[in-house]
Design a protein around this ligand. Structure first.
Ligand code: NAP
Length: 231
């Protein structure tokens, strides 16, 4: 069966990706910062036995990402999903920008996916499906930005969109498909309880999209429901 590697797998969308792909019979490498306290992931370990491997990765730490990639050197990874992300605090408007917080958001949301794509390039390249996908946000779209605010988060997602668009071109010769996907507004710790979609709905739709991706789709920005999203 194919193998998924997903970051931020201990809660939210990453956890739901883990749950759904395991249920479909995939092998899942679930990466999170603190496997020792990832109770929801541990609960998934029994179904089916052996299909889930929990790995420690802090995407904001280059050494952590490289360590995990070295430990998983011999594996093939069909789909890499960069799910880990943070929103940043309240200093997100011009006049109140919190620069330390901004760096943390960029380390996680921008450099994190770049680190993962670089470190796991060979494992993805030797797989059958060869997909690298970063969960971005509609808030990273320049075209869709009519309401302003949230500079830290918006810039991190706009910039990671450029990373993936560039990777799509640079990794074309390796047969790797690189896309970014807006998951919609989802009821997670980040999305809050007023969000429109459940994690089940968002991830089911994104899995349908992932299942249909071909090399010709590389470099595209998708909405969770499979429609293209404006850059
Ligand atoms: N929910 C929405 O409405 C929405 C909308 C648009 C985009 N997104 C994007 O969707 C992705 C998943 O978000 P979510 O809604 O599932 O958020 P969430 O429930 O807040 O979960 C965030 C996940 O990212 C992990 N994480 C944060 N920093 C990390 C790091 N340095 N290294 C490894 N893992 C780290 C968290 O782990 P810890 O438990 O260790 O903190 C957690 O597993 C994010 O990229 C987010 O920007 C979400």
């Amino acid at each position: 069966m194919p193998t998924l590697l997903v970051t931020g797998a201990n809660r939210g969308l990453g956890l739901e990706f883990t749950r759904q792909y395991l249920a479909e019979g995939w092998e899942v490498i679930a990466a999170c910062r603190n496997p020792g306290v990832a109770r929801a992931l541990k609960d998934l370990a029994a179904h089916p036995p052996g299909a889930l491997r929990v790995t420690e990765i802090d995407v904001a730490d280059t050494a952590s990402v490289k360590r995990a990639a070295a430990a998983l050197k011999g594996h093939r990874i069909d789909v890499l999903i960069n799910g880990a992300g943070i929103f940043g605090g309240t200093g997100q408007g011009i006049g109140s920008l919190d620069y330390d917080d901004w760096m943390e958001v960029l380390e996680t949301n921008l450099l994190g996916p770049a680190r993962m794509c670089e470190a796991f390039l060979e494992q993805v390249a030797r797989s059958e499906r060869r997909i690298m996908l970063t969960i971005t946000s509609g808030m990273g779209s320049l075209a869709d930005n009519t309401s302003g605010g949230y500079l830290l988060y918006r810039t991190s997602k706009a910039a990671v969109n450029m990373v993936m668009r560039t990777a799509a071109i640079d990794l074309q010769s390796r047969g790797i498909t690189c896309v970014v996907v807006n998951p919609g507004w989802v009821k997670t710790d980040m999305g809050g309880s007023n969000a429109k979609l459940t994690p089940e709905q968002s991830v089911s739709a994104m899995r349908r999209l992932i299942g249909k991706l071909t090399r010709a789709d590389s470099g595209r920005f998708y909405n969770y429901d499979g429609r293209e999203f404006p850059w």
